[in-house]
Design a protein. Structure first.
Length: 383
């Protein structure tokens, strides 16, 4: 069997043919996405910011590492990484992690008016280590994750009013990203290790992350299950090594929950996965070993209102690629002249007509060269 044919039918989980009934089975059968024409059309020549975009889209620089955010007295952090947007009255707030070690990590926020004008910038977390990605909660907090051994999750306030709080019950491991599932009242988390796991945290009370149960996804005889992690503290035995049947993922990166599925990426094998929380099944949405696939170095991920997935590259061609609901993958934008950087922090504003992202090391190739951008244009609202 050819690899492409095999991958097109690669659904992991017990009784997949039974579980994926009707249209859901047809969707799973079409995985993984294959190269095709972008719904936004071909990329145009690079603009003044060095970004190649589809026709009708424009970019602007929001912030640069080591420089004050325009109109504010806040200096933007080095190595900007994961981010998210939060509604703020008629405007919104974009938060961004700092992937800096040695206690230099944290989170900064930029506040926008209803017209998109920058009206404020400030720090909401400092003194932490290698804050890589994270995730937004339904109660409007930002979970910032430390990508270090025995790293913590910090719950932060995008408005900077309430102090950030460390959440040890969510486990100590090399955290990458988090995604809240309000339907099952759990938070999924990825782990950036070659033999990393896929976790979920079940709070004792939804909306309060101070206590709860850490679980890991397991697979035994083709059956997927969630099993409690005996010691979420991760010492002396790492959390990923405490449950023998834990399913391993090669370098977990971004994750995002929408419409009953948690999509997450693994950089070691350049895959995008879909955990179907309704049917407890797992599918490969994208695999760059498929011939001609444009997306390499999968990293942060988000979803548009249309259901399109937007996946940022760590390396590759420095692209953000779109994966459509009808399983086409194509470049949405490409950043030129920054081959020593990575793209991250992809997030839409509440209206869905502005996309934010960062080039972590910018044109200099160093953490002090980070640049955070905004892209505005006619994003699809339906597929």
């Amino acid at each position: 069997m050819e690899r492409r044919t095999f991958l097109r039918t690669a659904v992991v989980g017990a009784g997949a043919a039974v579980a994926f009934g009707g249209s859901l089975w047809r969707e799973a059968f079409a995985y993984p996405a294959l190269p095709g024409p972008s719904p936004y059309g071909p990329l145009q020549p690079a603009d003044a910011n060095g970004i190649m975009l589809p026709q009708g889209f424009t970019s602007r620089v929001i912030a640069r590492s080591g420089q004050q955010v325009s109109g504010t007295n806040h200096t933007w952090h080095n190595a900007p990484d994961g981010g998210a947007c939060f509604a703020d009255g008629t405007g919104w707030i974009y938060v961004s992690n700092a992937e800096v070690g040695g206690g230099g990590g944290g989170v900064s926020a930029v506040k926008f008016s209803s017209t998109g004008a920058i009206v404020g910038a400030y720090s909401i977390l400092s003194g932490t280590n290698s804050n890589c990605s994270g995730g937004a909660t339904p109660w409007n907090t930002w979970l910032s994750c430390e990508e270090v051994s025995l790293g913590y999750v910090y719950e932060t306030d995008p408005w900077g009013v309430n102090a950030a709080v460390r959440r040890p019950a969510m486990g100590r491991f090399k955290h990458e990203a988090a995604a809240a599932d309000p339907d099952r009242k759990v938070i999924y988390m990825t782990e950036d290790e070659p033999d990393g796991c896929f976790y979920r945290f079940v709070p004792t009370t939804w909306g309060d992350l101070s206590s709860g149960t850490l679980q890991v996804l397991t697979e035994s005889g083709g059956v997927l299950s969630w099993v409690n992690v005996p010691d979420p503290d991760g010492s002396p035995t790492a959390t990923r090594k405490q449950v023998s049947t834990a399913k391993k993922f090669n370098g977990g990166e971004g994750c995002y929950y929408t419409a009953g599925k948690c999509y997450f990426t693994t950089k070691g094998d350049n895959r995008v996965w879909a955990y179907d929380a309704v049917n407890n099944t797992l599918a490969i949405v994208y695999d760059d070993n498929v011939s001609g696939a444009p997306l390499t170095g999968v990293d942060n991920i988000t979803s548009a209102r249309s259901g399109d997935l937007f996946v940022a590259e760590d390396g590759g061609n420095m692209e953000i690629c779109v994966i459509t609901p009808d399983d086409i993958v194509a470049p949405f934008l490409r950043v030129t002249g920054q081959s020593s950087s990575e793209l991250c922090g992809v997030a839409f504003n509440p209206a869905g007509d502005r996309l934010y992202f960062s080039s972590q090391r910018g044109t200099t190739g160093t953490s002090s060269g980070g640049i955070t951008y905004e892209v505005t244009g006619p994003f699809r609202t339906t597929a």
